[in-house]
Design a protein around this ligand. Structure first.
Ligand SMILES: Nc1ncnc2c1ncn2[C@@H]1O[C@H](COP(=O)(O)OP(=O)(O)OP(=O)(O)O)[C@@H](O)[C@H]1O
Length: 623
């Protein structure tokens, strides 16, 4: 059976599962992050300039305070008072506007980088081999493309600029403080280490608590899922273990309540520490500066003015928050890099099936369609064990029909996959017109080979778009001819919107047989020289089956067909039947030859094909 995803714990999944959240970030990640920002150099520069302006202009208000006290109020100068007061309004407004512009630029850069990352990831995913998709959970891929990329939005838009902005604020504020009074600056800075130490400590406790709370929440939901599911309840009830389950739940629940309480309290303590520092330092400044002014003889100018003290304490208050935030810089950068790393890891997944350097482009019109398997061995596992195909040899001349039959798991689908180069052989060669498929450009193969699988996949789009997927430039006449050949034209025209009817998951639901016929029409449009056909095992009703069989018979005409056969009609009309068992061709020949040999084929024929609905098989054979 041709299928999209299978089991098999392969290399990709192992590589992806091996990661842990605390895994060290790989070397070179930072450099690659920078590369993604390179196209937006100018924007980044503008953001930096904006941050610089905001920090420096932010210093203006404390200075204006000094001027308003010393030059306007104390000197009773009304004009200056008005001027400074107006400036105290205008400057923050201008700064605010610059801030808005900076946020816009930040988000613009962030969104563009995310867009680029998503595009690059999607492009890379499209190149990955079928093996990758069969070994990776779909959810995992969606999560990388969606959540992980979204996760870095905050990092790009906030972390980077807040780090720069905090640094510039701290540097500019300390410089301004020094300019006002170096003695008072030293006094304030002397208290800083204690503040920083306490903030750091509280920060680590908070992080630890947050981590434990998260874990506890996860434990509780796992517990609920485990014990309150149908099977969980059944198990608990039949073993009479409700008491234990309740105890376990209340223990975990108690732990969560305690943790959350502590988390709240640590936050409150942090607030208390910060407010204490906010009041202690200005008090000290007022005390020492005031004492200096008081002790300065009236005929001398004091080293600091009253306005100077006010300006100084205002500046000082600007310092605490940025400094506190800078303490967590390392954690923030680490978290950001880890996210990028997860994304890069996906981008770095090797592309298994690629064009060889001298791969040739085949003109689909010149292809005759001979398929040859030359001592092909294949294993899904990279280690080569177990081997899934052994020494497969056959030759399908142009236009012939080869039927693959055999018990389930024999390797029929695998043979089909190798023709389309969805996997590469482990040993031997698969040839099309005598050319190794690995020497043909990957882009050429889909033009030569068409696949009809058991599960017809229709996109959530109109019938027309689904058909045009095979040949985007098909004309209306071609669409009609193809759908007529596939016995589905009448059905489509009966629909209220004809070819424009939306189908797929949330659209019009075609029956299984109709879907198969649309898939057949798709291949008719594509008109490949080689057809790989996986006949459906699920029974259709007689009428549907007949329509599908007729469509298939038309489709096979003039093409080399490799059919994973489930229909009697197909094996009866096959030029060659290959009987596959446990990865080997165990018998080959025509129907009558194989029947006469009384081997596996004869057994399968009696068990499976003979019981196929007679009328449909016969009808199809005759058509
Ligand atoms: N992605 C995969 N990874 C590992 N092993 C696989 C994978 N796909 C198939 N196999 C194994 O390869 C063998 C051949 O499978 P294949 O699908 O080719 O059989 P089949 O003859 O088409 O069977 P069916 O008629 O049931 O579809 C089986 O043993 C199967 O378990």
């Amino acid at each position: 059976m041709l299928r999209g995803a299978g089991g098999g714990g392969g290399g990709f999944r192992r590589a992806l599962m091996a990661e842990k959240p605390e895994k060290p970030v790989r070397a070179g990640t930072a450099r690659r992050v920078v590369k993604f920002f390179a196209p937006y150099k100018l924007h980044v520069l503008l953001v930096l300039i904006a941050i610089l302006i905001i920090s420096v202009v932010g210093l203006a208000n404390p200075y204006l305070l000094k001027l308003i006290v010393d030059d306007a109020i104390l000197k009773r100068d009304m004009d200056k008072l008005i001027l400074y007061a107006v400036l105290m309004i205008v400057i923050p407004v201008v700064n605010g506007l610059i801030g808005v512009w900076q946020t816009y630029l930040n988000n613009l850069i962030g969104q563009r980088v995310m867009r680029d990352l998503r595009n690059e990831l999607y492009r890379h995913m499209q190149r990955m081999s079928l093996r990758f998709f069969s070994e990776t959970k779909t959810g995992e891929i969606q999560s990388r493309l969606g959540n992980d990329v979204n996760g870095i939005q905050d990092v790009i838009t906030n972390t980077a600029s807040s780090i720069v902005s905090n640094i510039t604020t701290v540097v500019s504020t300390i410089t301004a403080m020094f300019l006002l009074s170096w003695q008072l600056t030293l006094l304030s800075l002397a208290l800083l280490p204690l503040f920083l130490y306490l903030t750091y400590k509280v920060g680590s406790i908070r992080r630890e608590l947050a981590k434990n709370t998260q874990k506890s929440l996860a434990d509780i939901s796992a517990l609920i899922e485990e014990s309150l599911s149908v099977s969980g309840v059944l198990l608990t009830k039949t073993f009479g273990r409700q008491r234990e389950s309740i105890d376990r739940f209340s223990r975990e629940n108690q732990r969560l309540a305690d943790l959350q309480l502590r988390q709240q309290m640590v936050g409150r303590w942090f607030f208390m520490i910060t407010s204490t520092f906010f009041s202690i330092t200005p008090a000290l400044v007022y005390y020492f500066a005031g004492r200096t002014i008081i002790h300065t003889p009236p005929d001398q100018v004091p080293p600091i003015t009253v306005g100077g003290i006010v300006a100084f304490t205002t500046l000082q208050s600007r310092l605490f928050f940025p400094l506190g935030q800078l303490l967590t810089v390392q954690v923030q950068i680490q978290a950001a890099l880890a996210l990028f790393d997860r994304i890069f890891e996906y981008l770095d997944l090797p592309v298994e099936i690629t064009d060889r350097p001298n791969a040739i482009e085949l003109d689909p019109h010149d292809v005759k369609g001979r398929i040859t398997f030359d001592h092909v061995y294949f294993s899904y596992s990279r280690t080569g064990r177990p081997m899934n195909l052994y020494d497969i040899n056959f030759d399908a001349p142009p236009g012939s029909l080869v039927a693959l039959v055999g018990p389930t798991g024999a390797g029929k689908t695998t043979i089909a996959y190798l023709i389309a180069r969805l996997y590469d052989v482990t040993k031997g060669r698969v040839l099309i017109d005598g050319i190794d498929v690995r020497d043909i450009r990957l882009a050429s193969l889909p033009q030569i080979i068409g696949m009809v699988s058991q599960e017809t996949y229709l996109f959530h789009a109109s019938v027309r778009e689904n058909l045009l997927f095979a040949k985007p430039d098909a004309t209306e006449e071609e669409l009609i001819a193809a759908t007529k050949a596939a016995n589905i034209y009448d059905r489509i025209t009966e629909l209220p919107e004809g070819f424009d009817t939306i189908v797929g998951e949330r659209g019009y639901r075609f029956s299984g047989g109709e879907k198969q016929r649309i898939a057949i029409a798709r291949i008719v449009l594509k008109n490949p020289r080689i057809l790989i056909l996986d006949e459906a095992t699920s029974a259709l009703d007689t009428r549907s089956e007949r329509l599908v069989q007729r469509a298939l018979a038309t489709l096979m005409q003039g093409r080399t067909t490799i059919a994973i056969a489930h229909r009697l009609s197909t094996i009866l009309s096959a030029d060659q039947i290959l009987v596959i068992d446990r990865g080997r061709i165990v018998e080959r020949g025509t129907h009558s030859e194989l029947l006469a040999a009384e081997g596996l084929y004869a057994k399968l024929y009696r068990e499976q094909f003979l019981h196929a609905p007679k009328d449909t098989s016969i009808a199809a054979t005759g058509s």
